[in-house]
Design a binder for this molecule. Structure first.
Ligand SMILES: [Zn+2]
Length: 347
């Protein structure tokens, strides 16, 4: 399909890309002591790369790996998540000729997007282990601007079962059979706070239960398609069907081994990634699919190595026949619609 490349095509795609409110729904930060994102760094996402790549907004996750489900383990996890949220909030700053804005609501995001060349920082928390058994920690997360909570990471926590049990932590295949009673309380609290419920990393039972329990649609902020790459943490057809039914969303992600079995960075590219996106669109409809990188957390493709190359995705979407309104929906519009619904339903 590249035999006769037209000069006009990349230019038109680039122009379209520049018009979009692009949002990447899952980015990690180096921790601790990551390099200043307002300098040129080895990070896949820093402010300069966002601006150069036309990536307007990113959800930055305060990520905490699973640890022991003990009072001490929970305290450490909570303290780390709160410290990481402070670091993410501090990314809303201006220096070295670069400007980034902290945005903790859809209105904030849309307002910030009216300013050209500004990077938009949206906080989130990855792993419900960070609240231990204390639902009130969710209020602290929301007060610090977190817009979603990823229910689990690898390993079961007090809220829910993970798609990847941690044998090294003593996990059996199933702990709660999906959400625990506390996990159900957490879902209700997230609804009350206007936060999205993220089911990436969750077991299928957890995901299905959360989909039906939540009063607003849930999201998988960084997941791929099981039918194309059968790893436990990718979503199968039944899960995609449920996302469609409840108005939810899958944000396809750029981790090579989730895109292709045993995939390595240099052998997996944006075209392979878009096969997952196309599959999800065919199964669920374009309004239930979106884009994420998992940059700085394992995401990287041969031709989407960092945020500065984000226009390559728009070019591939144009090549595949998506029109501007569909591309805008995939590149953040759908995610903002869901977040807006969560905010509107908050008590
Ligand atoms: Zn993750």
């Amino acid at each position: 399909m590249h035999a006769d490349p037209s000069q006009a095509e990349p230019t038109a795609a680039q122009a379209l890309h520049t018009r979009l409110l692009t949002l990447d729904s899952h980015i990690d930060i180096p921790w601790p002591n990551g390099p200043d994102p307002f300098t040129a760094t080895q990070r896949h996402v820093d402010i300069g790369k966002m601006v150069r790549g036309g990536l307007r907004a990113g959800c930055f996750a305060a990520y905490v790996g699973q640890g022991p489900r003990t009072p001490d383990g929970w305290t450490k996890a909570r303290e780390r998540a709160l410290a990481m949220l402070e670091e993410i909030r501090a990314m809303g700053a201006e220096r070295n000729g670069l400007r980034a804005v902290l945005a903790t609501s859809v209105a904030d995001i849309r307002q910030a997007a009216t300013e050209p060349g500004v990077a938009i920082i949206v906080p989130a928390v990855e792993n419900g282990h960070t609240i231990g058994e204390d639902i009130s920690v969710l209020d602290q997360f929301r007060a610090l601007g977190a817009c979603y909570l990823t229910l689990t990471h690898n390993g079961h926590n007090a809220l829910a079962d993970s798609s990847n049990p941690r044998k090294d932590l003593g996990d059996e295949a199933i702990l709660h059979g999906g959400l625990s009673a506390l996990g159900r309380e957490a879902v209700a609290a997230l609804n009350r706070l206007g936060m999205l419920i993220d089911v990436s990393h969750s077991s299928k039972a957890t995901m299905m239960q959360a989909a039906h329990l939540s009063t607003t649609p849930i999201v998988a902020t960084h997941s791929c398609i099981h039918a194309l790459c059968p790893v436990p943490r990718n979503l199968d057809d039944e899960q995609l069907d449920v996302l469609r039914e409840i108005g939810g969303l899958v944000q396809i992600t750029a981790v090579p081994s989730f895109v292709r079995p045993q995939g390595k960075v240099d052998a997996v590219g944006v075209a392979d990634y878009m096969d997952h996106l196309d599959y999800a669109v065919r199964r669920c409809g374009v309004e239930h699919v979106g884009i994420s990188s998992d940059f700085d957390g394992g995401g990287m493709l041969a031709d989407w190595r960092d945020a500065s190359q984000s226009a390559n995705l728009t070019a591939e979407l144009v090549r595949r026949g998506y029109d501007e309104s569909e591309i805008a929906a995939l590149w953040g519009g759908n995610f903002l619609r869901l977040l807006e619904r969560a905010e509107a339903a908050a008590a």
